[in-house]
Design a protein around this ligand. Sequence first.
Ligand code: DP6
Length: 360
Amino acid sequence: MFINKDFFDSKNIHEGSFIVESPSNIALIKYWGKYGVQLPCNPSISITLNNAKTIAKISFERKNKSDDKLDLDFYFEGSHNEKFREKIEKFFLDMKDFFPFVFDFKFRIDSSNTFPHSSGIASSASSMSAFASSLVEIEKRLSESQYGDEYYVSKASFAARIGSGSACRSLYPKMAVWGDSQDVDASTNDFAVIYKDFDLKFEGIKDSIAIVSAKEKAVSSRAGHALMNNHPFREVRFSNARKNLHDLLMALREGDFEAFTNIVESEALELHGLMMNSNPSFILMEPNTLEIIFKIRKYRNETGHPICFTLDAGPNVHILYLKSHESEILKFLESDIRPLCANQIIIHDEMGMGTNVKNS
Ligand code: DP6
């Protein structure tokens, strides 16, 4: 798949550069458990974010002579960063069968994130989707053949998936589904697809991220997914996720925020429940995670405002709410939630338009 037989690097392009911007995303139905080459055990759906993103300038220059060595210079926020460079080098090498030109060029990447590194926001989704798109962009510039948008974005999503599973959903505007599902046309485990069938009410939905702790993740994604391999609730989880996706799609179509809330909160708590019940066991919530959850539920019960929460594999709380109630909810976040956050940090984000590439 995606080994493009029509690709001929015959335009003799010597060099080029461009800027890629790619956002993070927040899953509503979680990807937790994988097999093979980063294939998901259940389908997931996410909202593409807008403000939390990776911005990278990619420059490429043809080598005098092609060899089998990768030549990649990587700068993060202006300085060499060996740890990140090794990750990206591994990613480019993993991609060599799909982008055979990786040995023909020298690459320089100057990357930065719009969110603080220590905010606990996962950077792998935004960065891997940015670097995967860069490879497709270079392929497109080198290729003689016509390049369809659908091929471009699916190949970028496919490549991003191999870099980091959840990254494959960041390419698309608004919402994306990744993983085989009877409920979504053309869905596949290989890459994510756009999901458009939601009520206008959810358009521009907000995600304010309450930073409870800015410490490094206590459990890496890889170790976390591995906990599902022998998990006692493995099969129950995968069937729940499928049912939750089915029900959530209905809530999205019907604009039913109450049903949306029940499913999204249950997914977040199930993810944490799975971690608490795994061997070894992890408790990734902190006391203030629970405090914030209680406050959100109390506020919702008292006001009826459309607000709910979800969690990643960490203590920070993603507070989701409809744009229609933004001004009232922002007041609540300021008075009740900000004091519970580490260094009083809340990062305001919202539904965004996915990856974008422009000339530098
Ligand atoms: C809890 O995509 O970070 O955020 O494929 O190992 O890179 P790897 O894992 P990753 O896992 C994300 C898990 C999650 C849920 C989700 O985003 O669906």
